[in-house]
Design a protein around this ligand. Structure first.
Ligand SMILES: C[C@](O)(CO)[C@H](O)COP(=O)(O)OP(=O)(O)OC[C@H]1O[C@@H](n2ccc(N)nc2=O)[C@H](O)[C@@H]1O
Ligand SMILES: Nc1ncnc2c1ncn2[C@@H]1O[C@H](COP(=O)(O)OP(=O)(O)OP(=O)(O)O)[C@@H](O)[C@H]1O
Length: 289
């Protein structure tokens, strides 16, 4: 049997880090939302009990380092399964971009294998398994829009943000999430107003939302990679209502309401950047059907 599963990217509309924890991770408080830029995961049953990754992207590992491989391996181990699967990944989400591409591939693999292998697990159970793979995987299992706390694995659903366009631009550098967290100094940072952003979303207020975007990790990535600041400046110059780096970067996104403005920013940025996308926020959460 063969099964297709969509693996959408996420952006962080607000990302605060509260403190470093004894386990080495950071306690976060962030608002995440899935966007209509997605990898495609194709799962095919194998009779030999092996897990195989097929990816034609040279930046994506095709062995046990792949987060989709780890998702399949974890399910096999936990439930004592001798089943095999080929996982073909068609990559549309830029790699090491701050868009949770690998995490979403892992989450889609969990959802897909739950069906293919008829495991009968709930999304909550899949999210709990996902947390063992990475901090963003639990959110990616559900998708939609959420407040994420803990190290990112505690997910509370909230309504979709106001209707808008998201224009994304990824500079030609990859950023290591661990490096960014390791260089974070919480002494002198401006913390974003996550509660304010939550209220703006609950009020469905576009005006409030654009005034409240913020990401504490910009303090690290913008210093390490000045080209990220440059793209932020360009996005503002082309007329984005709000501009922010997603996750640990380096992808920058701009928010606008109108098609005309979206086209202007998209076309303007294509002059500076190879990877530019204009997408909608995905309002819907994932389901098990
Ligand atoms: C930046 C974000 O993408 C925002 O959504 C996430 O916080 C990162 O999530 P992720 O890529 O799934 O991160 P993981 O794979 O769990 O961790 C990678 C590395 O990032 C650091 N890390 C990650 C999450 C967290 N809350 N605190 C951390 O300090 C740790 O050094 C960890 O070794
Ligand atoms: N399925 C996958 N797709 C892309 N990269 C993967 C995958 N599995 C493992 N990786 C590895 O993970 C690294 C980070 O890639 P990824 O695209 O997930 O980063 P990211 O978008 O910054 O993640 P996050 O936003 O969750 O921090 C890559 O350099 C790659 O080596």
């Amino acid at each position: 049997m063969r099964l297709l599963e969509k693996a959408p990217a996420k952006i962080n509309l607000s990302l605060d880090v509260l403190h470093k924890r004894p386990d080495g991770y950071h306690e976060v408080k962030m608002i995440m939302t899935t966007i209509d830029l997605a990898d495609r995961i194709e799962l095919s049953e194998r009779r030999d009990g092996q897990i195989r990754i097929i990816s034609h992207n040279r930046y994506v590992p095709d062995d046990s380092r792949n987060l989709a491989y780890q998702a399949a391996s974890l399910l096999k181990e936990r439930y004592g399964l001798n089943k095999g699967v080929s996982i073909a990944i068609t990559k549309m989400i830029p790699v090491a971009a701050g868009l949770a591409g690998g995490s979403s591939d892992a989450a889609a693999t969990l959802r897909g294998l739950n069906k293919l292998w008829q495991l009968g697990l709930s999304l909550d159970e899949l999210a709990e398994i996902g947390a063992e793979i990475g901090s963003d995987v639990s959110f990616c299992v559900y998708g939609g829009t959420a407040l994420a706390t803990g190290r990112g694995e505690i997910v509370e659903h909230i309504p979709a943000p106001p209707h808008c366009w998201v224009v994304l631009a990824k500079p030609t550098i990859g950023v290591s999430t661990a490096e960014v967290y390791n260089n974070l100094n919480l002494e002198n940072v401006k913390h974003p107003d996550v509660e304010g952003m939550l209220a703006a979303i609950h009020d469905n207020s576009y005006e409030k939302m654009i005034g409240l975007v913020g990401n504490v990790l910009e303090s690290v990535t913008l210093k390490l990679y000045p080209e990220v600041s440059h793209i932020k400046d360009q996005m503002k110059r082309f007329g984005a209502d709000a501009v922010l780096m997603s996750g640990s970067g380096p992808t920058v996104f701009g928010i606008v309401q109108y098609d005309s403005r979206m086209h202007r920013i998209y076309n303007g940025l294509r002059g500076f950047c190879d990877q530019v996308f204009a997408v909608r926020i995905l309002g819907e959460r994932n389901t098990l059907d």
